[in-house]
Design a protein around this ligand. Sequence first.
Ligand code: PAF
Length: 289
Amino acid sequence: MHITRTKTDIRELCAEWRQPGTPLVLVPTMGFLHEGHLSLMRLARQRAGVQGRVIASIFVNPTQFGPGEDFDSYPRDEARDFDLLRAEGVDAVFAPDAAAIYDPQAQTIVETTELAKTLIGKLRPGHFRGVATIVTKLFNIIRPDAAIFGEKDYQQLAVIRTMTRDLDMGVEIIGAPIQREADGLAMSSRNVRLAPADRAAAPVLARALDQAEAMAPSGITASRLRSHVRATLEAEPRARVQSVDIRDAGTLDTISGPLTRPAVILLAASFGKVFLIDNRVVHPSPEET
Ligand code: PAF
């Protein structure tokens, strides 16, 4: 596995590899890899085929963290990450530091103007501008044919699909299903920072989503479903509920009245200082699934 630290090195490697019939597939990450990330690497290998190349990036991107957020305490373990990527047969890793990525004179940002303002964008102003800008830079540096992102960050995936389409980036965006622990907690690099009592409480997110999924085909309105989910979360004293939203699964538009099309339930809650998100697409009738 090639380990590269500079834009020049990864560009040269990708230029060598870029041939007809050998797709380059990128998996952008912020490291501290878990089984969820490894499932993205496997999907990348399937998409790349034996001839193609899988490239992972590891970069804890400072511009997507707001003041007072967990940039400094975000878990990092590069040596372990490299071992895991090697074991998955990843061809190259791009692991720059911030100075190798951002020019202090830079003045250009990428923003999905509407999507960035709603949902998590309200809780974390500027977050999606940071995500869209770094992903654009990674796409320009690596020029992948396809890139894989987890569906746990549902709004992030929508932002990336939208910017890729709007700016004609020509990169195929592939979403990968959420991976869960045995008790239902969605896998996240942040889970290791949960205190034991918070770790025990956090599966309430998945439980609330299970209940909502079961209730969705009953003709329930979006607002009643939302109240039910919120009540389940609020019954857990260790959860500080940040947001509960039910939106159109495709457009992320607000929904009112009975569910008539697939909807996504988006949750954000803090447990101690750890901010967690989760989501589930639910269907108004069994035949819609
Ligand atoms: O999902 C993440 O890990 C990050 O937001 C990403 C896409 C790697 C951009 O920094």
